[in-house]
Ligand binder design. Structure first.
Ligand SMILES: Nc1ncnc2c1ncn2[C@@H]1O[C@H](COP(=O)(O)OP(=O)(O)OP(=O)(O)O)[C@@H](O)[C@H]1O
Ligand SMILES: [Mg+2]
Length: 466
């Protein structure tokens, strides 16, 4: 007899169903995403019976466990849950095969100790992003492509319980008065949560999975995101303390690239990293990692990026790495780059190098300086040497699409020169074919590379090819 029949046997009024698969939280992302608006097969007697059994056991367990819950002692708790789980099954005369029992047990443990239906997605290392659009629509990103999964939550409340589990240990909260929050899972994954009334489709959770082994230079080359020549050039730039901004759209690989660039910083320099949610993973020994803090429940105690950049200047840094410039901290970052902390780096959310410059200008204005535009542009032109533009391409790949040198000012305008640019030759099997090629122009800051005793073959910049 199947699990479902047996469960149904202990149910008062089972209704028929065509859905024989009760395990809802097992993702099958290979299945094509259902077309939008098609109702999910969320109802049906068998499913209901299964969910009901699970809920009943869960409720019983929770009522018995609650007073003694100490979530830090997971192993102990697991054993305790298992004991009670077996007792409940016995009491309710539910007979399960070993496999069924194990599956139900794991789901209940995931609900009580973990992140419920999200658990299998979190454990799957091939998934890089999880996007929950309300309880019934869960998408993932894998190999750069978004797919819908068949993972579902029972309802808004169920999803809210899991959200609570994410934010509560961090001392944060989400409710009507604070309807969105950034958080981080214990494994380092970055989480953003938005709930109604701001979200009109129920609670929304976006998780950027933490890469246990971050991408390396070789990965970038293998994935076609950069060429060996460009990576050699970038390594030289970092070693010669060129000030670099990585610019790109959301999820275009900015942080990943910043992490790789940081890896080129020679041992022995004092590096201070400043981030909203620590994502960078530097291998050097002498690294100080700082993270901002949101205001507490009374709205006090906020520590901003800007506070941390200003403070970092008093910590004798050789280099400052700012995870992402979004506001007034850009002003202090530029000043640091201009005053002895050359070789500092940051990322900016922008769609082109020009756009990045315009955004920087706006951010400096956000710092509340009353510098005239020209003076701000001068600061920017003096501070920044190189903008690396990243992009998420139509085929889901991430690429460096441009390296642009900032050369100075002419009148009111910042002069830029493109050193490398991505040229697309066509498409092959749904993949973009192309290459990041030199434009034939040597950077003006070559003398700084040479002063640092770094010699690059002129062919890197395309000399002799034109
Ligand atoms: N060159 C690459 N090739 C393939 N995948 C990449 C590459 N760079 C980054 N990724 C993946 O893309 C996702 C986004 O990367 P990353 O966090 O670096 O982007 P981001 O631009 O900093 O995003 P955000 O705007 O959200 O801060 C991650 O899952 C990362 O592993
Ligand atoms: Mg980022």
């Amino acid at each position: 007899m199947s699990l479902l029949r047996r469960i149904q046997g202990s149910q008062p009024s089972p209704s028929p169903s065509q859905n024989p698969e009760p395990a809802r939280s097992t993702p099958t992302p290979e299945a094509p995403p259902p077309p939008p608006r098609r109702p999910l097969p969320t109802t049906g007697g068998i499913r209901d019976a299964y969910v009901d059994l699970k809920n009943r056991i869960q409720a019983k367990l929770l009522s018995e466990l609650e007073p003694t819950l100490n979530f830090s002692r997971t192993d102990e708790l697991r054993a305790m849950i298992e004991e009670k789980f077996d007792a409940v099954l016995l009491e309710d005369h539910v007979v399960l095969s070993r496999l069924e029992r194990q599956r139900l047990f794991e789901q209940i443990v995931a609900e009580i100790l973990g992140y419920g239906p999200l658990e299998p997605l979190l454990r799957d290392d091939t998934i890089t992003e999880i996007m929950v659009n309300g309880p019934k629509k869960v998408y993932i990103e894998r190999n750069g492509r978004i797919e819908r999964t068949n993972v579902v939550f029972e309802d808004d409340e169920h999803l809210m319980r899991i959200i609570e589990r994410i934010v509560a240990p961090l001392g944060r909260r989400v409710d009507e008065s604070q309807p969105y929050v950034d958080a981080r899972l214990p494994d380092g994954s970055r989480v953003n949560i938005v709930i109604p009334p701001i979200s009109l489709i129920g609670p929304v959770v976006t998780i950027r999975k933490f890469y246990r082994t971050p991408l390396t230079v070789d990965d970038l080359i293998r994935l076609g995101s950069a060429t060996p020549e460009v990576m050699e050039f970038l390594k030289a730039c970092v070693q010669a303390r060129i000030n670099i901004v990585v610019s790109g759209g959301t999820g275009s690989g900015k942080t990943t690239l910043l992490n790789i660039l940081s890896g080129f910083i020679p041992e022995g320099e004092r590096i201070i990293t400043i981030e909203n949610a620590a994502e960078l993973q530097l291998r050097q020994e002498h690294v100080v990692t700082l993270e901002t803090r949101p205001p507490n429940i009374e709205g006090k105690g906020e520590i901003t990026m800007r506070d941390l950049v200003i403070n970092a200047l008093r910590m004798r840094p050789d280099r400052i790495i700012v995870g992402e410039c979004r506001g007034g901290e850009a002003f202090d970052m530029l000043q640091a780059m201009n005053t002895g902390h050359e070789g500092s780096m940051t990322t900016i959310h922008a769609n082109s190098p020009r756009d990045a410059l315009a955004r920087l200008e706006n951010m400096v204005l956000m710092a509340g300086t009353d510098l005239p535009h020209r003076a701000i542009r001068e600061q920017i032109a003096m501070a920044i040497d190189l903008i690396i533009q990243t992009a998420r391409m139509r085929d889901g790949s991430r690429k460096i699409v441009s390296l642009t040198e900032i050369q100075g000012m002419e009148g009111q305008v910042i002069i830029t020169t493109e050193l490398f640019k991505f040229e697309q030759y066509g498409m092959e099997g749904g993949r973009i074919v192309g290459r990041l090629v030199p434009t034939g122009i040597r950077p003006r800051f070559m003398d700084r590379l040479e002063a640092a005793d770094i010699r690059l073959p002129p062919s890197i910049f395309g000399a002799g090819r034109r």
